[in-house]
Ligand binder design. Structure first.
Ligand SMILES: [Zn+2]
Length: 449
């Protein structure tokens, strides 16, 4: 029965999603206008290119998990690439086992669709899918990152790499560019091989390199650096060529959806929220090289995690919690909101935050208990970090670009979207509807095409 279903599905509608992590709508429109991205230009001319919105917090792991599940982070439980173990001061790197809502490949597999999933964040360890899967940037290495396991060797022979080495990129932009180029070539080789030789009805190919180059080279691009701005543009031209090859391997009859999960802008300042909490007397862990949250006692009333996630040290919930639930908890949240909203850029005096929201104002769903008590939402240009080791409030790093909530993009070939701004959690229902499948009940997203 399952074999019959697989064969039947493979001859029905097919949907290819290409994720270009962190590509802003504004950048794409500019590069299309300059003639740098002819494949994207052609797809946009036949279809609909729209500005789109991310998730809060604006983190790739959080946003792509919203895409594949169709729910907000309060439903799927991924609030960052590092999350907290509830009821403790310990952290973990997120992964497929922490996602609390079914991903689109699970829904489709149960309905007999065969899938090919390549490099989508939060897919390690690799879940068993009906089809093929290779993990995304948090997978330690190709070996062990695939379903089935033997797919790793097949991709390895094609020069497939999961990601660049970001530590090399911190040393040299030339190394970054070489690494980006090799990784993109391997992605195209792997994707064209699988899409053209395997049966599938839903495929997702993710490119992380766009997010990487934006983080490391936004200033060079923005300043029109004579050496590196042209090479930034060259990389986008290579991404356009890659999109063309991958789309051709899938065939003209496949539905094609391209999107990014967030926008990008230049970083004005990084802000260490832990330093602010410490200076105000909320965080009782002194700055030192080996400072850890496990050193917190009841003198700590609040602590934070990147980006802008603030947790109250609540009695009965955190092991050393001293803040009483109820009035004391609410008064503390009000006080932190009021204090943080006064935080101003030391150079311009401009406020750095758009808002600070209570968890229940931003999130809803079964994973609400894992959400931060407060979420600080920055104005574009202010990158919120949390580090117990640092003691400077305003800092900088080799990372010159940061994520934005707005200015992501969605693009569909040969169709128009429904009215309204696409949001990343519209992904799963849209993909399902393009396949002629009814989305499961209870999703936050809408079918946009
Ligand atoms: Zn990023």
């Amino acid at each position: 029965m399952l074999d019959f279903l697989r064969r039947r599905r493979a001859s029905g509608p097919r949907v290819l999603v290409i994720g270009l992590d962190g590509v802003p709508h504004s950048l794409l429109t500019e590069l299309i206008g300059r003639g740098v991205m002819p494949n994207l230009a052609e797809i946009a001319a036949s279809g609909d290119l729209r500005p789109a919105e991310s998730t809060q917090p604006t983190v790739s792991c959080t946003a792509w998990t919203s895409f594949v599940t169709g729910v907000n982070p309060g439903g799927h439980g991924v609030f960052g690439f590092i999350d907290r173990e509830p009821g403790s001061y310990r952290h973990y790197i997120t992964g497929s086992r922490y996602v609390r809502s079914p991903q689109v490949w699970r829904t489709l597999g149960e309905r007999g669709h065969r899938v090919i999933i390549m490099n989508v964040p939060v897919t390690s360890p690799p879940p068993e899918v009906n089809g093929l899967l290779v993990g995304g940037f948090l997978a330690p290495k190709l070996e062990g990152a695939t379903h089935p396991p033997e797919l790793a060797a097949r991709l390895g022979r094609l020069g497939y790499r999961i990601d660049i080495d970001p530590w090399q990129a911190r040393k040299s932009l030339d190394l970054l560019l070489q690494d980006l180029d090799a990784t993109l070539k391997g992605r195209v080789a792997g994707a064209t091989e699988l899409l053209s030789r395997e049966p599938w009805s839903y495929a997702m190919v993710h490119v992380m390199g766009t997010d990487r180059i934006n983080h490391f080279m936004w200033a060079e691009w923005d300043d029109g650096d004579p050496d590196y701005a042209p090479r930034f543009v060259d990389y986008y031209a290579a991404v356009d060529a890659a999109v063309g090859e991958i789309a051709r391997a899938a065939g003209d009859d496949a539905e094609l959806l391209l999107l990014s999960d967030h926008g990008f802008t230049r970083t004005v300042h990084e802000i260490n929220i832990d330093v602010w909490l410490r200076e105000r007397g909320y965080l009782g862990v002194p700055a030192s090289e080996d400072a850890k949250l496990t050193q917190a006692d009841a003198s700590t009333r609040a602590f934070s995690m990147t980006p802008g996630r603030i947790y109250v040290n609540l009695r009965g919930r955190e092991p050393q919690g001293g803040v009483e639930p109820g009035d004391e908890y609410e008064a503390l949240r009000d006080e932190i909101i009021a204090g943080l909203m006064e935080l101003a850029d030391p150079d311009s005096g401009e406020p750095v935050l758009e808002a600070v929201r209570r968890r229940e104002e931003v999130f809803h769903g079964d994973a609400l208990d894992r959400a931060p008590d407060l979420l600080a939402i920055p104005r574009d240009g202010y990158d919120l970090k949390s580090s117990l080791t640092g003691d400077e409030l305003f800092t900088s790093s080799p990372i010159t670009g940061m994520h934005t909530y707005g200015d992501a993009f969605w693009l569909v070939r040969g169709r128009q979207f429904q009215d309204g701004t696409p949001r990343v959690e519209d992904g799963a229902p849209t993909a399902l509807s393009l396949l002629g499948e009814e989305p499961p009940e209870g999703l936050d997203g809408r079918a946009m095409a």
